[in-house]
Write a protein that binds this ligand. Structure first.
Ligand code: AMP
Length: 283
């Protein structure tokens, strides 16, 4: 395994793999790798001959009051994980490598797909992700890139980006890796106090409860969702959103229709930790 910091060097290393006729799968991450990231790496191995992982905490996707400075950074432990998972190349650029020019002449706007869910609560978040993943795709030029369902809005926006910007990469979605009690694994779970950690799985339980009611025939889930939000608040969460969205357009849906696919998604703060989770529903 090679750890590479510069764009020229990673391009040369990818070229070397290509010259051996190897296909390339790419897993972009912000590090603090956990079992969720590992499941992406393993999926990547199934889809291609060589796997490239990037570890980069992208400043462009953090708002001014968000956790950029405190975001967990554990490069050595991450490299050990990558080594163990037989990753071929680990790309670890710094800000000067990724954003070398001091002036940005272009800005990206996202229509519609960024209007709700995390896009509504975190201005600039998906614009920052589109910017960095666009750059990373241009640098690595992978055949396949693996992303987690955990960030389903990200997946849908990036799928659109690939289509509209004509990247020749196929996106693959990996299911959400969870702790035994159901909590979706996240690098940010490290912020949770011991007590908060015991409360945290309630978000997933609320989603599961709503999912069951919907699959049992509740097609107007508004009241159900508002009850679950109250219950989460009583447990100590500060709700951001808990709602059903159309899978294709990511717009809130009040009346579900048979034969359609939806995302049941929730985001809530527990103390200073923002938790997100979702379930895909085939109605
Ligand atoms: P991050 O390092 O948080 O930017 O995440 C990097 C990739 O890992 C993204 O594609 C995430 O969706 C994915 N990911 C994060 N947590 C999980 C999880 N619990 N299960 C599956 N994928 C995940």
């Amino acid at each position: 395994m090679k750890q590479i910091e510069s764009i020229d060097d990673i391009r040369a290393a990818v070229r070397a793999l290509r010259s051996e006729n190897k296909t390339i799968a790419f897993v972009p991450t912000m590090g603090a790798l956990h079992q969720g990231h590992i499941s992406l790496i393993r999926k990547a191995h199934k889809h291609a001959d060589a796997v490239v992982v990037s570890i980069y905490v992208n400043p462009e996707q953090f708002g001014p009051n968000e956790d950029f400075d405190s975001y967990p950074r554990r490069l050595q432990a991450d490299l050990n994980v990558c080594e163990k998972e037989k990753v071929d190349l680990v790309f670890t650029p710094d800000d000067a490598v990724m954003y070398s020019s001091s002036v940005n002449y272009f800005s990206i706007e996202i229509e519609e797909l960024g209007d709700h869910m995390d896009g509504a609560s975190r201005p600039g978040f998906f614009e920052g992700i589109v910017l960095v993943v666009n750059k990373l795709f241009n640098i690595i030029k992978p055949d396949i890139a693996v992303f987690g369902q955990k960030d389903i809005q990200q997946f849908q926006i990036l799928s659109r980006m690939v289509k509209e910007f004509n990247h020749s990469v196929e996106l693959v979605m990996a299911p959400i890796a969870r702790a035994n009690d159901g909590l979706a694994l996240s690098s940010r779970n490290a912020y949770l106090s011991e007590e908060e950690r015991t409360i945290a799985p309630a978000l997933y339980r609320a989603l599961r409860y709503v999912e069951k009611q919907i699959l049992d025939g509740v097609d107007k889930p508004e009241l159900l969702l508002s009850h679950q939000k109250d219950e989460l608040e009583a447990k100590g969460f500060q709700n951001d959103y808990l709602n059903v969205y159309s899978l294709d357009r990511l717009a809130p849906v009040s009346q579900l229709k048979e034969g359609n696919r939806y995302i049941l998604a929730g985001a809530a703060y527990l103390g200073k930790t923002r938790l997100i989770d979702n379930i895909i529903i085939d109605f």
